[in-house]
Design a protein around this ligand. Structure first.
Ligand code: SF4
Length: 499
């Protein structure tokens, strides 16, 4: 069997039902989304007879590619299905590599839901279950456990490493750490440190993935460069776009698996190929053209910046026309709305608005959302609650902004500020429900009143009128979620205002 077994917990190794946003279900408490419902929506990926899977999460495919390109053979590395670890981890296993996103359920989205609804989130439960299994097998086979991925920062303390039986944590990019670390572990080197920081990789060091993933994601760039002080991807510095050849090779992997609809991933996909903070029209349109000529039929994106929509509307029109010609009637993307307060924009994220000044952020939000809607892009806007030094006046400005854009076909997701180590705000206090002002609860209510109104409309449009029963279920589910949010918000407002 393999020396290196890579895996992830059940909240990551799932089949996504037509939208990646379904993955946010893992942030919900188990008492709100029972296991039976969770398993019905997020079904586990298929396992092969030998306990491996062909459709893991992207990070595992990336680690696999790093290992193979650094000299390990194909038989040295396997990707194991989390329900079949007993079949894949054996006496010759030296390393079990685990990728994590929000293993303790303390990321911004999960903290929000557990604070508002109470209970334990699915992602925390699933991670603990996986690590329990790994620890039992570790006692038998004595391998080392290495954890990495975007949520690895949550596990870097000695206490947490010991609770979960983790030997090494890799924070940041893997290309410059994993090859040496894995060889040293296999050669039983003695380590003076167990938390390893991955230096930013050069684009030439990032190789194509060697098989498909459960998300059909293709990473097109890393980093950002806009400098928001709370943001983890910004730690990776300026935007580094990968060559078209690497992206095309990733696309070919999906085409070989008969997958023609993919999602392009970076912190700001529309800035692909750009050397500045503006989108580069030629580089972006050429990327899409190349993908479509190769046989891709739909290309969604993960993240973008509202400033691109507001400041470069002609580019958006050209891109949207091209996307429609290639078979997709509407698109979506996560954009950071963050706040309505120019003071906080100036203090923590003045680069988000560039080349416009932070004072213009409210206008950028309104224009950006209008351009998105006109071109049939659904916006999923994140809003950050509880930034350090946020006052009631700041929150009131955000409430007003949400009211101003209430007619837009967009979703507004309030999140709680979480200090992420290595960011400039990494030492600040985590925002929890007890810190929230009555205005924060009003803002949450405003956002969810809007979301419930638009959820069914969005579903009907996206499903083109098919699946009426599912639509009914969604309507009932959203209403009941809203009642719970409303009850908490009203209770908290009353409590805060009576103090
Ligand atoms: S614009 Fe977005 S990705 Fe870039 S630094 Fe700011 S929050 Fe991070």
């Amino acid at each position: 069997m393999a020396k290196i077994v890579l895996t992830a917990d059940r909240s990551l190794m799932v089949n996504f039902p037509s939208t990646l946003y379904a993955g946010f279900l893992s942030c919900f408490p188990t008492r709100i989304v029972p296991e039976l419902v969770y398993r019905r929506i997020l079904r586990p990926v298929k396992a092969n007879e030998d306990g491996t899977t062909n459709y893991p999460t992207l990070s595992l495919r990336q680690v696999e590619s790093i290992c193979i390109h650094s000299g390990f053979s194909r038989k040295d590395v396997i990707i194991a299905h989390p329900d079949h670890l007993g079949e894949t981890i054996k006496e010759d296993t030296k390393i079990v590599g685990v990728t994590v996103v929000d293993p303790l359920g303390i990321g911004p989205e999960t903290t929000f839901w557990t604070s508002v609804l109470g209970g334990v989130p699915h992602n925390r439960v699933k991670f603990a279950q996986l690590m329990g299994q790994i620890q039992r097998l570790k006692q038998k086979y004595q391998f080392k456990v290495v954890v990495g991925g975007p949520g690895a920062w949550q596990l870097s303390s000695e206490d947490r490493m010991s609770i979960y039986g983790i030997d090494h944590v890799v924070i940041g990019e893997g290309e410059n750490v994993i090859p040496t670390l894995f060889v040293d572990i296999i050669n039983q080197a003695q380590f003076t440190k167990r938390v390893h920081s991955g230096r930013v990789a050069d684009v030439k060091q990032v190789h194509p993935i060697l098989g498909p993933t459960n998300t059909s994601l293709i990473e097109v760039a890393r980093g950002c460069g806009r400098g928001c002080q709370f943001c983890a991807p910004n730690v990776a510095g300026r935007l580094r776009s990968f060559p078209v050849e690497k992206i095309l090779a990733d696309a070919q992997v999906y085409l070989d698996a008969d997958i023609r609809v993919i999602t392009l991933h970076s912190e700001d996909v529309l800035r692909y190929g750009s050397k500045s903070l503006l989108a580069d029209e030629d580089a972006l349109l050429n990327l899409y053209k190349t993908l479509f000529s190769a046989g891709i039929r739909g290309a969604f994106i993960t993240h973008a910046n509202l400033t691109t929509f507001a400041y470069q509307p002609e580019l958006i029109e050209k891109l949207s026309t091209m996307l429609r010609k290639n078979g997709i009637p509407g698109y979506g993307g996560q954009v950071g709305l963050e706040t309505g307060s120019p003071r906080l924009m100036k203090k923590y994220m003045k680069g988000k608005c560039l080349p416009l000044p932070p004072d213009e952020w409210q206008r950028v939000v309104k224009d950006g959302l209008r351009v998105m809607e006109r071109n049939r892009w659904f916006a999923c806007c994140t809003i950050l609650l509880g930034l350090p030094d946020e006052h009631s006046e700041d929150v009131k400005e955000t409430i007003q902004l949400i009211k101003d854009v209430d007619e837009r076909f967009a979703f507004y997701f309030p999140l709680f500020f979480v200090p992420i180590s290595a960011t400039p705000l990494g030492e600040q206090r985590m925002f929890i429900a007890e810190h929230a002002l009555s205005e924060h609860w009003r803002l949450i209510l405003e956002c969810w009143k809007h979301n419930v109104k638009y959820a069914y409309k969005a579903f009907t449009l996206a499903s083109q009128g098919k699946y009426p029963l599912l639509g009914l279920g969604l309507r009932v589910g959203m209403k009941s979620l809203y009642f719970q949010i409303q009850a908490t918000c009203r209770k908290m407002i009353k409590q805060k205002e009576s103090n």
